[in-house]
Design a protein around this ligand. Structure first.
Ligand code: 2HA
Ligand code: ZN
Length: 273
């Protein structure tokens, strides 16, 4: 089967376009990766080419050795993915050590996989070890979440609690909470290590003054998570702009919600203010 006829590729392209339509991908902002299932690799194998040179990933992900990933291209624009997916995305294969990759499909007009490849692969590795069903990592420049990183203390507890308070669905959608990485240079191994550390505990990591990373089992779950966090951040920005909260959801009300919805909310987020 041609890659572009496969369901995973269609889902990948749709997420890119949805993110663009949300306004989260100015210029070449943001990136997306998908860890393919073995049967999906077989389904499209006849459309892959195995003659490109191996190149260093810039980090080591031994638990992902030999796996295949669909990823956006470095410097490519999300708004162009739907028009020309073969020029703006690619499929890469990792070597048997998880230290090098080669392009086996896509980027037909040249280019490299996303500049954030180390973060994507380290996050996917951490998530695979916890739950092998995790396959998607998505980075976007979510406007309201970024705005909050200029006014809220850069602490997991505070971002989680403030965003939980802004929409009753939030503690049900991200009960484990949200992590925050202080400002760091993007693109390298250091920010990848910091982010993947947070991904051991959370499905969401905010990069201060930059954007957000979300991980999930499929495109719907991952996009939905990003969308929910960003919607909540938008409400908080509006509330703060209107002079701040006059009333809100209380810790005991969260505990009640957790019981009825069958989720566990860590007490560290339910502190008294
Ligand atoms: O330009 O978003 O973090 C791609 C990015 C880098
Ligand atoms: Zn970015």
């Amino acid at each position: 089967m041609a890659v572009l006829d496969a369901e995973f590729a269609q889902g990948f392209i749709r997420l890119c376009n949805d993110g663009w339509e949300q306004g989260w991908h100015e210029r070449n902002g943001g990136n997306l990766s998908y860890r393919m299932k073995a049967e999906e690799v077989e389904e499209v194998r006849s459309d892959l080419k195995f003659d490109a040179a191996w190149q260093p990933i810039g980090t080591s992900v031994p638990a992902l050795a030999g796996e295949f990933f669909m990823v956006t291209g470095s410097g490519k624009y999300f708004r162009n993915v739907i028009l020309d997916p073969e020029a703006n995305t690619c499929i890469i294969e990792l070597d048997d050590k998880g230290e090098n990759f080669r392009i086996v499909w896509g980027l037909v007009k040249g280019g490299r996989p996303t500049s954030e490849l180390p973060s994507h692969l380290m996050n996917l590795e951490v998530k695979k070890k916890i739950n092998p069903d995790y396959r998607v990592v998505y980075h976007a420049h979510t406007t309201n979440t970024i705005a909050l990183t200029f006014v809220l203390p850069l602490k997991d507890e505070i971002f989680t609690r403030e965003l939980w308070e802004m929409a009753t669905e939030c503690p049900v959608v991200f009960p484990d909470g949200i992590g925050v990485v202080h400002w760091m240079v993007p693109g390298g191994r250091d920010i990848a290590v910091a982010t993947s550390d947070l991904m051991k505990k959370y499905d969401v990591a905010i990069w201060a003054h930059h954007g957000m990373f979300c991980a999930g089992t499929d495109f719907d779950m991952t996009f939905g998570l990003m969308h929910t966090v960003e919607k909540s951040a938008e409400i908080l920005v509006k509330v703060l702009s209107m002079g701040g909260k006059k009333q809100t959801i209380q810790p005991d009300e969260f505990r009640h919600l957790a019981k009825d919805f069958g989720v566990t909310l860590p007490e560290k987020f339910l502190y008294e203010k």
